[in-house]
Design a protein around this ligand. Structure first.
Ligand SMILES: C[S@@+](CC[C@H](N)C(=O)[O-])C[C@H]1O[C@@H](n2cnc3c(N)ncnc32)[C@H](O)[C@@H]1O
Length: 276
C-alpha cells in the first residue's frame, strides 16, 4: 500500500532539515531575510503591479463586496490589493514582525483589513468563514499539511486559491549544497505533490495554472550576495570566497542591479471551487 499524499508531503519536508553539525558551525540562522532585501523585494512586487493570474482567479471567485481570507499573509503582498479594491480582507500571520509590516502597509495604502495574529490552524476557531480563502508561498513551510489545508478549505464558501513555486523554494540551492558540503538535498516536494494532497485532503480536483514573472530579488553588491547565500548555505565566513567562485558564472549585472540565477520565476496557482 502506498503512503497517503499528506504523509509523503511531511516526509519530504522533514528531509529538508539541515544537519545539526552544519547549523552549529555558523552564527546565523539560514532561514531569515535581511530586512533591506525583503523591503526591496516588496517594492519590486509593487512595481510589477497587482494583475497576476492568482489575483485574477481571486477576483473571478469573489462575489460583489465579498470576503477574502489570506493565511500566512506576510506583509500583505498578495492580498492588500484586494482590500484596496473594496473586498473585505482578513489576514492571518504568525510572525509578529511581519504582522507589524502588514499593519504598516495597510496604513500606507489607506486600506482597512482585519489582522489575526497567530498560527494557522491553531487560531482557525476564532476566524469566520469567508467567500474565498487564499494562501501564497506558505505550504512548503507546513509539514502538518492535513489540518492546515482542511481548515483553510472549511473557511471558504466559494473557492480556495493557493500560490506556490513549482518546487521547494530552496531547490535552486541544491548544486551549492552538493558542491560546498557534499550534501544531497531532497528533490521534492513539488506542486504536483501538493495537488495530490488537495485531492486527498479536500476531495477536490483542483485547477492548476502555471505562469512566469520576473524575479523580485536583486542585490546591490557582492557583500550582500555573499551574506544572503552564505547564510542560506550555512557556510562559515572563512569559506565565502569558495561560494563567490561558484556564484560568479550565475550572476548578471543589469544597470547596477545584481541578479543571481534565472531572471524569470515560475509560479503555480492551484485553485478549486467549494461545493458546500
Ligand atoms: C514566504 S512568506 C509569504 C507571505 C505572503 N503570503 C506573500 O506571498 O508575500 C510566508 C508567510 O507565512 C507565514 N506563515 C507560515 N506558516 C504559518 C502558519 N501556520 N500560520 C500563519 N502564518 C504562517 C510566515 O510567517 C510568513 O509570513
Amino acid at each position: 500500500m502506498t503512503d497517503a499524499a499528506s504523509v509523503r508531503w511531511r516526509r519530504w519536508l522533514e528531509e529538508w532539515a539541515i544537519p545539526l553539525e552544519l547549523m552549529e558551525a555558523v552564527p546565523d540562522s539560514p532561514y531569515g531575510w535581511s530586512p533591506e532585501l525583503w523591503k526591496r523585494r516588496a517594492q519590486v512586487a509593487r512595481e510589477q503591479g497587482s494583475q497576476t493570474p492568482t489575483s485574477d482567479i481571486i477576483r473571478s471567485l469573489l462575489p460583489a463586496s465579498g470576503t477574502l481570507l489570506d493565511v500566512g499573509a506576510g506583509t500583505g503582498r498578495a492580498s492588500l490589493v484586494h482590500a484596496a479594491e473594496g473586498y473585505s480582507l482578513t489576514a492571518v500571520e504568525k510572525n509578529p514582525d511581519l504582522a507589524e509590516g502588514f499593519r504598516q502597509r495597510a496604513t500606507e495604502q489607506g486600506v482597512s483589513a482585519e489582522l489575526v495574529e497567530g498560527a494557522w490552524p491553531d487560531i482557525a476557531g476564532s476566524v469566520d468563514r469567508h467567500d474565498v480563502a487564499m494562501c501564497a508561498h506558505v505550504v512548503y513551510d507546513v509539514a502538518d499539511i492535513e489540518p492546515f489545508l482542511s481548515a483553510l478549505a472549511r473557511h471558504a464558501r466559494v473557492g480556495v486559491v493557493v500560490e506556490l513555486t513549482p518546487g521547494h523554494p530552496w531547490s535552486d540551492l541544491l548544486p551549492y549544497y552538493r558542491a560546498l558540503h557534499r550534501l544531497e538535498r531532497p528533490h521534492g516536494p513539488t506542486y504536483a505533490d501538493f495537488v495530490e494532497v488537495v485531492e486527498e485532503v479536500c476531495e477536490a480536483s483542483p485547477h492548476v495554472e502555471t505562469w512566469t514573472r520576473p524575479g523580485q530579488v536583486w542585490f546591490e553588491s557582492w557583500d550582500e550576495i555573499l551574506d544572503h547565500y552564505g547564510k542560506r548555505l550555512v557556510l562559515p565566513r572563512s569559506r565565502w570566497s569558495e561560494l563567490r567562485e561558484l556564484l560568479v558564472p550565475e550572476t548578471k549585472d543589469d544597470t547596477g542591479r545584481l541578479y543571481v540565477g534565472s531572471r524569470d520565476r515560475t509560479i503555480v496557482t492551484v485553485w478549486w471551487h467549494r461545493e458546500e
